[in-house]
Design a protein around this ligand. Structure first.
Ligand code: 13P
Length: 234
């Protein structure tokens, strides 16, 4: 399974280094065979050798250039980063990234062979509009994306479940994941208010291949517990 931590705009470089080392210690001491990914803030990237894979939360579709506030491939290469998160709801809905811009970014990093964690998920009004409308909305987030890309991982993250403590029912997660698996056979993660208290049940669901965790992953011991759940389930 794939257990991923999106650290968002948290943890400084120093804190991230300590955090990643704690995970690395856990993973090696407990001979964890799961894939563990960590997405630190851009200024907290560091070179890292070990089992834990470090990815970028974002980068522009460029090697370098005049894109104020963005980082590009050159900056990722400095730290040997070959994994990137694309389409996170905060980038779509807070920072206004369009599907067109995401597709451009996806293709740029795909052509470079990056492991891409591509996020999809509906806002509350789409969920409330009924299943058909909701699935149409999620389908539109697959437009232009090469769903058969070999290094693709998809994360289903309902926007209303992110950082709210709300989570769909287990039956609902399984149902949506089963539908989404028809669009792509890529590993499919669930994200949105995953905590130590619900991770085990979510990981045990059919068609859930892992989790993408935000706030609860900021505590390394909590995140390690979730890694252990996945290991035990395997
Ligand atoms: P929370 O786990 O804080 O709800 O965030 C989920 C998320 O956005 C992971 O990418």
């Amino acid at each position: 399974m794939i257990i991923a931590a999106n650290l968002k705009t948290n943890l400084t470089r120093k804190q991230t280094e300590i955090y990643v080392n704690e995970l690395e210690d856990y993973v090696s001491k407990h001979t964890i065979s799961q894939e563990v990914l960590v997405f630190p803030a851009a200024s907290s990237l560091n070179p890292h050798a070990g089992k834990v894979i470090i990815g970028a939360q974002n980068a522009y579709a460029t090697h370098n250039g005049a894109f104020t506030g963005e980082i590009g491939l050159d900056h990722l290469e400095e730290f040997s980063i070959k994994t990137i998160l694309i389409g996170h709801s905060e980038r779509r809905h807070v920072l206004g990234e369009t599907q067109e811009a995401l597709v451009k970014k996806f293709n740029f990093y795909k052509d470079l062979g990056f492991k891409i964690v591509y996020c999809v998920g509906e806002p509350l009004e789409m969920r409330e509009a009924g299943k058909e409308t909701m699935m149409e909305y999620i389908s539109s987030q697959y437009e232009g994306i090469d769903t058969s890309y070999e290094n693709l991982i998809i994360a289903y993250e309902p926007v209303w479940a992110i950082g709210t403590g709300l989570i769909p029912t287990l039956e609902n997660i399984e149902e949506i994941h089963t539908d989404l698996k028809e669009k792509s056979i890529a590993p499919l993660l669930y994200g949105g208010s995953v905590k130590v208290t619900n991770a085990k049940e979510v990981l045990a669901l059919r068609n859930v291949d892992g989790i993408l965790v935000g706030s609860a992953a900021l505590y390394s011991e909590h995140f390690c517990s979730m890694i252990q759940y996945a290991e035990d389930l395997n």
